[in-house]
Design a binder for this molecule. Structure first.
Ligand code: 3VV
Length: 231
């Protein structure tokens, strides 16, 4: 495994064929999907106290089984020589992260725009029956960050400005995003989140290519960074 550091950001090149990565992702992604169901059931269950205690005891045993073999810290972002990258712990798109919806982001071929759709359930509630405003910001931040990066450079959120136009009910939502402008190391991005009734939140963001992450196009120092959302 080769460690690569761009300024303060570390990522790892691992020699795993894409087919095996896809397989691992399908298996562990299935586990995360089951845990997502568990999260929803935990919020909504009305079983009695004894049943909760019994379920909890079983869950603690299951968790202990998973912990018999685990990595020492967070999942990080990894990539292989075929250009497949994956960030399984990412809070928004992480396939192994039950906290992540997970969002599947579709980027246009020119990488200037992106679109994402997902259904948000009880775990994402803020106002009663509505999507938490911070969740809307979180999801848009990820879509905007990826779009700003255009998968060819590292960008970080500098300023995110949100205008909440109307409450967004839990249920199916969609996000649209586009690069509006670019000046030096600043990439200006616009996004919105809404549903079939229209836009609920508009966002504008300044995403910065950090001074420590300006890459040399010739040496391809950061070539391992690719379309993580697709993998
Ligand atoms: C081979 C290719 C590689 C491809 C890679 C593709 C990967 C694809 C995969 C995945 C995509 C990413 C998906 C993630 C999505 C989630 C995003 C997050 O959650 S990011 C975490 C939260 N954000 C932070 O933690 C930042 C913390 N802040 C910093 O690190 C710095 O303050 C930073 C980088 C924002 C700026 O540091 P400086 O040293 O580079 O900035 P200075 O040189 O002072 O300024 C440059 C210009 O930017 C403006 N600027 C600086 N900070 C700004 C700010 N906060 N807001 C707006 N403008 C700012 C300045 O005014 C200046 O503008 P003037 O050139 O003078 O016009």
């Amino acid at each position: 495994m080769a460690e690569q550091t761009v300024g303060q950001v570390h990522f790892s090149e691992v020699d795993i064929p894409t087919a095996e990565v896809d397989h691992r992702e399908a298996v562990t992604g299935g586990l995360a999907a089951s845990v997502r169901e568990l999260v929803d059931a935990t919020i909504r269950t009305t079983v009695d106290d004894d049943e909760i205690a019994a379920v909890r005891a079983e869950l603690d045993l299951l968790t202990a089984r998973l912990r018999t073999a685990q990595i020492p810290g967070p999942a990080g972002v990894r990539y292989n020589r075929e250009g497949r990258s994956w960030g399984w712990g990412n809070a928004v798109i992480g396939q192994r992260n039950a906290i992540a919806p997970p969002l599947v982001i579709v980027h246009a071929d020119d990488a200037e725009t992106a679109h994402a759709e997902v259904t948000l359930g009880a775990a994402y509630e803020g106002p009663p029956g509505m999507v938490h405003g911070g969740v809307s910001a979180l999801l848009m931040d990820q879509v905007m960050g990826e779009t700003a990066s255009q998968f060819k450079r590292l960008t970080m959120t500098g300023t995110l400005t949100l205008r909440y136009l109307r409450p967004l009910p839990l249920g199916p939502i969609s996000i649209d995003c586009r690069v509006a402008n670019e000046v030096g190391r600043k990439v200006f991005v616009e996004a919105s989140i809404g549903n079939a009734d229209g836009i609920a939140v508009e966002a504008t963001g300044v995403f910065i290519i950090p001074s420590w992450a300006v890459m040399d196009e010739e040496t391809g120092e950061t070539e391992g960074w690719r379309r993580s959302a697709e993998g």
